[in-house]
Write a protein that binds this ligand. Structure first.
Ligand code: ASP
Length: 338
């Protein structure tokens, strides 16, 4: 009877995905991000801000519905990331940025903290939802990372949807590529793309069984070349989950790889006994800028504490605390207001 009531309640949540009563939820936590970058509030129109808020809110509700229903952290982060990959607002899936050849080239990874299985894909061009493929690599192959054509052959074999590359073309990303190319010209007087690190997506969840999972998906950096791959598909750099801590990162990928950022944060929690917030802040506000990098992370520990830490002007993020309260934030001021 209780189960039926819970199921009906969760169904009503997903149907009216607005702001469900906090009291009926709880016992799990979810945090998602839509990228960190140099954008400031004044750089975006109200319509643009509203569109991002709406889509990150839909992604949060998709993950929330899974967890509320007793589903796993793995299913919840998948559900949230698919919504963001399908939205043109984020630099992942549909809204992925263009590389120097004018092609969308995507990377993604996922990790299950329960047993530290992991799956990742890099440099795919036709996979509608790279996060689904990363999960299939984890669950249906003996490997951790597949790249390029081989990854797409595996996708086909697994019945994962492939689309024509034109599906990923959005005008704003195309214009960003043109600006990046113009800025490369000698003597060019073009304002560099302010949103250049903006829009990668990620999710971390703790389910009611106490399991943590984390995932990240991206189109990488505008105008990237030579098959460049960033941190997002690299376990320990862009994504990490163990039984105490899960992290998803966004930012200047080369630094996140060199510093093993997501693993470093969870290692501090595990071996040095640091709180998740202290570990994240030390890595993001000290180690990362000292090395010359920028970006941010979202994370959850096994007590369900949700953490966000970034050294950029913004990080789009949304979360459900363990007490069931729902939040969406985009800029630093909102962090202080939490
Ligand atoms: N970290 C991603 C990369 O370097 C980009 C981003 O997070 O915005 O590919």
């Amino acid at each position: 009877m209780r189960f039926v009531a819970l199921l009906l309640f969760c169904l009503s949540l997903s149907a009216f995905a607005a702001q469900p009563p906090d009291s009926a939820r709880g016992g799990y936590a979810l945090v998602i991000h839509g990228g960190a970058g140099t954008l400031q509030q004044k750089d975006l129109s109200k319509e643009a801000l509203d569109a991002i808020r709406t889509d990150i809110g839909r992604a949060l509700d998709a993950g929330d519905a899974v967890l509320c229903d007793g589903g796993s952290s793995l299913d919840a982060i998948n559900a949230a990331l698919v919504v963001m990959e399908d939205s043109p607002q984020f630099n992942a899936g549909r809204g992925a940025v263009f590389n120097a050849e004018g092609v969308n080239e995507m990377d993604a990874s996922i990790m299950d903290g329960r047993d530290q299985r992991a799956g990742a894909v890099a440099g795919v061009h036709r996979v509608k939802n790279p996060i689904k493929l990363a999960r299939a690599v984890m669950e249906k192959s003996r490997h951790v990372m597949l790249a390029g054509d081989g990854a797409e052959m595996f996708a086909k074999q697994q019945g994962i949807e492939l689309v024509d590359p034109s599906y990923f073309r959005t005008e704003s990303r195309w214009e960003a590529l043109q600006r990046a190319k113009a800025a490369e010209q000698p003597g060019a007087n073009v304002v560099p793309d302010k949103g250049k690190h903006f829009g990668t997506v990620g999710a971390v969840a703790l389910d009611r069984d106490g399991h943590i999972a984390a995932a990240t998906s991206t189109g990488g950096m505008t105008n990237k070349r030579w098959g460049r791959i960033g941190d997002s598909p690299i376990i320990g750099a862009g994504t990490w989950a163990d039984d105490r801590c899960g992290v998803s990162a966004t930012g200047w990928g080369e630094y996140f790889i060199r510093l093993g950022i997501t693993h470093d944060i969870c290692a501090r929690v595990r071996y040095a006994g640091q709180s998740l917030q202290a570990a994240a802040d030390e890595v993001i506000h000290k180690r990362l800028p000292e090395a010359g990098g920028n970006g941010g992370i979202i994370a959850i520990d096994r007590a369900g504490q949700v953490v966000a830490s970034f050294n950029t002007a913004n990080m789009v993020r949304a979360w459900i605390d363990k007490d069931g309260s729902r939040h969406i934030a985009m800029f630093e001021e909102e962090l202080a207001a939490k």
